[in-house]
Ligand binder design. Structure first.
Ligand SMILES: Cc1cc2nc3c(=O)[nH]c(=O)nc-3n(C[C@H](O)[C@H](O)[C@H](O)COP(=O)(O)OP(=O)(O)OC[C@H]3O[C@@H](n4cnc5c(N)ncnc54)[C@H](O)[C@@H]3O)c2cc1C
Length: 286
């Protein structure tokens, strides 16, 4: 590994000042399960690493009227084992559960997963489906960006030099909502998603009041299947309509072929997983 300067700020102000001074030479370190692997493999060689773990108050997982607040140091394991996350944010909880190994989940943060901006990142589809927002602190103060707009390409985010994410807020769910994340890979455990589909919907009797469908690992960034959503929004749900939405999601996907799968297989799986995810979310929302 190339030598680098190591910094341990103890306040957010100190971290922002450091990141501003060091500019593009610096990388933020949270759990390190992505950053350290990339550094060991020489895929990333920052001259400075800014470890944020000594900053107090960044590991919160709090549920109130605003929703679920996930701090920058909150691990995927904390989400997986949170009764609140399990009962109100089932899609996100599922993503955090079928994620790497228990050892990795005890270190890997949700915010780190979002900031890594991998096309196959598991937490991104359910966070987008739930309308979550990223809270950013930087030299010019605070700003808030929808998770949907945060990733702009593989490994690329809207974060500017000197900025870091302090927390994510996932809005409180309304009544009769269903949230599902389905991940498909070559193995059941310890696998990155070949395709991931998240659905969050709200139901009023037989009417689908609101729905978001988000596809992971089939485009450079997670993709909203807007046509599929439009087919179901404010409609009486039927098997035929769900199937039409699944096909619309398949059309929306833009997969590539790689070591994990062919593009054709990914497209086919988008249709299968979207149908299943809508059906499960619909049942859950009763
Ligand atoms: C064996 C193994 C299995 C894995 N399996 C999965 C899997 O199943 N699904 C999956 O999605 N991922 C998986 N990953 C990837 C990784 O674990 C996740 O992306 C993890 O959530 C990253 O979080 P972290 O805290 O470790 O981030 P770090 O490695 O510390 O950081 C990741 C990136 O985010 C930036 N960053 C972190 N926090 C902030 C912040 N607060 N503000 C600004 N930038 C920040 C860092 O600079 C870096 O670029 C796996 C990794 C390993 C090693």
């Amino acid at each position: 590994m190339k030598r680098f300067g190591y910094h341990e700020p103890t306040t957010l102000d100190e971290a922002v000042a450091l990141l501003r001074r060091l500019g593009s030479e610096a990388s933020v370190l949270a759990g390190g399960t992505d950053l350290l692997v990339q550094m060991k493999e020489h895929r990333r060689e920052p001259a400075h690493v800014v470890n944020i773990k000594k900053i107090a108050g960044l590991d919160d997982l709090v549920f109130d009227a605003q929703g679920l607040r996930i701090g920058a140091l909150t691990t995927t394991r904390a989400v997986e084992t949170s009764p609140i996350a399990r009962s109100h944010y089932a899609g996100l909880c599922e993503a955090a559960t079928h994620f790497a190994s228990i050892q990795v989940r005890n270190r890997a943060t949700v915010v780190g997963n979002v900031c890594r901006a991998s096309p196959s990142a598991d937490t991104l589809p359910p966070l987008i489906a739930d309308g979550a927002q990223v809270h950013i602190r930087g030299p010019r103060g605070l700003r808030v960006v929808a998770v949907q707009d945060f990733c702009i390409g593989p490994g690329q985010t809207v974060l500017a030099e000197g900025e870091l994410v302090t927390h994510i807020v996932v809005p409180a769910p309304s009544e009769h909502t269903g949230k599902v994340y389905l991940k498909h890979g070559r193995r059941v455990e310890m696998e990155l998603a070949t395709v991931g589909v998240a659905v969050s919907l709200a139901r009023e009797g037989d009417l689908c009041h609101e729905i978001r469908i988000v596809l992971g690992a089939v485009a450079p960034t997670p993709l909203r299947a807007l046509q599929a959503e439009a087919l179901l929004r404010n409609q009486t749900v039927s098997g035929a309509l769900i199937e039409a939405a699944a096909q619309a999601a398949r059309e929306a996907s833009q997969p590539i072929s790689d070591v994990r799968s062919s593009a054709d297989y990914r497209r086919a799986m988008v249709a299968v997983l979207t149908r299943r995810a809508i059906e499960q979310a619909w049942e859950q929302a009763q």
